[in-house]
Design a protein around this ligand. Structure first.
Ligand code: NDP
Length: 480
């Protein structure tokens, strides 16, 4: 055993004291260092996605997609790329239960030879809001009430009932998919629309779907309630144990592809994250398989310090105009700089593994590589420093219209896909459980808020809304 400066420790059970009873001497630097470091063990908890579990593994290409993207890690059937994945709940604190009703984060870091590519999605194909300006408000309503520090059904449903665009995601969240049985038994979705571009400079829009090879399996509300008490770490434990016993979970990666011409004409706004692209319009295509076969050897080093960001692109992949995505391009790296420091990309789990970071950024707190030595720290230079590679970036693209705070122009669209989910995708038992799960939660909100929310369910589907109203004991007069 040594001190942090590497000197041998002779005794780690007795502090240095003056005489037998004490007092303790300040010259016991080993004691001082141990207490001081302990006080600093915590880093800021993520404000969302605080509770998570992670694993490593690989991604293997099963279909040639080079006509749509020049991303090298997707370039050849059979090509493997190392990945690290973090699953999480969203609203709860770091010690909250894994079986809570909540979306689940599904974040994948591909360590490609072009640099790290992060696909940071959820287990739901859509999101509650389409504009990042609403995000802090939305999350506040899922957290704790300022005065009581309790979760509050009024806050939760007040915001949602004043934000009808949330109805699609609310309907998924309150289906049993809102309580996945394990992380292995859920799908992951890129959720946003992304852009792919090929060697010829043509671009396409893409949606990603990771389909679980273990099969979708969910808790009912009652099962989730029991599991929250029985094992708050149920999903974390399940993932760790499955990998430890040699039963690595896997997912099939599917994509949907849309051309820019189709995007202009499409019946839904293809960049609105509250919408899917129905499979009938854009069939899914299998392109790869992801296997998670390595447990982290240290949770803090690999999972707590893991920093995923949708802004980590590689050549061949870029952002779409999706407003929520645009907000996240800023918010994620900003959160990591706050939580881990300006040099967070040097931490082993975040650093490129198959590529080399080389630029003119220098110094900053906790710079623990060689700070790029004696190389030049400015560009352009005449001393052989790293050079940009012309033509490697995203091809230029057109933007048009007036700048300003633009309201959404198709508000009636907000109900269509929630209705399709209820009528078309769900089976009878799914619908029954959905209504029951909503009634159990919305029933805790104020009556005027219940009424406003039921009117939104009614717009999605008459039967859906009527069943919720009935469950809540609301009369036709209440809803008039
Ligand atoms: P499809 O019948 O082709 O697809 C329906 C999809 O819904 C299924 O493939 C499945 O997605 C998903 N699904 C099935 N049961 C549930 C459930 N209980 N809760 C949530 N999702 C479920 O129809 P469309 O593509 O026309 O979509 C109809 C509705 O299905 C959409 O409005 C949307 O709400 C939902 N959906 C659509 C997805 C898409 O990308 N088109 C993806 C997920 C949901 P999966 O195979 O991904 O498990």
């Amino acid at each position: 055993m040594t001190t942090n400066n590497g000197a041998v420790v002779d005794n780690d059970l007795n502090s240095v004291t003056a005489g037998l009873p004490g007092p303790v001497l300040i010259q016991d630097v080993h004691l001082v260092e141990k207490l001081a470091h302990f006080n600093r063990e915590r880093i800021p908890e993520r404000v969302v996605h605080a509770k998570g579990a992670g694993a490593g593994g690989y991604f293997e290409v099963t279909k040639d997609v080079s006509k749509w993207t020049k991303a090298k890690f997707l370039s050849k059937v059979g090509k493997r790329t190392e990945v690290f994945v973090r699953f999480s709940t969203v609203g709860g604190e770091k010690g909250s239960a894994d079986a809570e009703r909540d979306p689940r984060g599904f974040a994948v870091k591909f360590y490609t030879e072009d640099g790290n590519y992060d696909l940071v999605g959820n287990n739901t194909p859509v999101f509650f809001i389409r504009d990042p300006l609403k995000f802090p408000d939305f999350i506040h309503t899922q957290k704790r009430k300022p005065g009581s520090n309790l979760k509050d059904a009024d806050m939760f449903w007040d915001f949602l009932s004043l934000t009808p665009e949330s109805i699609h995601q609310v309907s998924i969240l309150f289906s049993d998919r809102g309580t996945p049985r394990t992380y292995r038994n859920m799908n992951g979705y890129g959720s946003h629309t992304y852009k792919w571009y090929n060697d010829a400079g043509e671009h396409f829009y893409v949606k990603y779907h990771f389909k679980t090879d273990q099969g979708v399996d969910n808790f009912t509300m009652e099962e989730a309630e029991v599991m929250k008490g029985k094992d708050p770490d149920s999903a974390t434990r399940d993932l760790y144990d499955a990998i430890a016993r040699g039963d690595p979970p896997s997912w099939t990666l599917q994509v949907q592809i849309m051309t820019p011409e189709e995007a202009e004409e499409y019946r839904f706004d293809p960049f609105d994250v509250t919408k899917v692209w129905p499979h009938g319009d854009y069939p899914v295509m299998d392109i790869g398989r992801m296997v998670l076969d390595r447990n982290p050897s240290n949770y803090f080093a690999e999972v707590e310090q893991a920093a995923f960001s949708p802004s980590n692109f590689v050549p061949g992949i870029a952002a779409s105009p999706d407003k929520m995505l645009q907000g996240r391009l800023f918010a994620y790296p900003d959160a990591h700089r706050y939580r881990l420091g300006a040099n967070y990309t040097q931490l082993p789990v975040n650093a490129p593994k198959a590529a080399k970071m080389d630029n003119y950024q220098r110094d900053g707190p906790m710079r623990f590589d060689g700070n790029l030595g004696d190389g030049p720290n400015y560009w352009p230079n005449s001393f052989g420093g790293p050079e940009p590679v012309p033509g490697s970036g995203e091809p230029m693209f057109n933007v048009y219209g007036k700048a300003g705070r633009q309201p959404y122009v198709h508000p009636n669209d907000d109900y269509v896909q929630a209705g399709d989910l209820y009528r078309k995708a769900m089976k009878d038992q799914d619908r029954t459980n959905l209504v029951k799960n909503i009634v159990a939660h919305l029933g805790n909100a104020r009556k005027d808020i219940q009424i406003r929310q039921v009117k939104i369910f009614l717009k999605a589907d008459e039967e859906y809304g009527s069943r919720v109203a009935e469950g809540l004991g609301l009369s036709a007069a209440d809803l008039a």
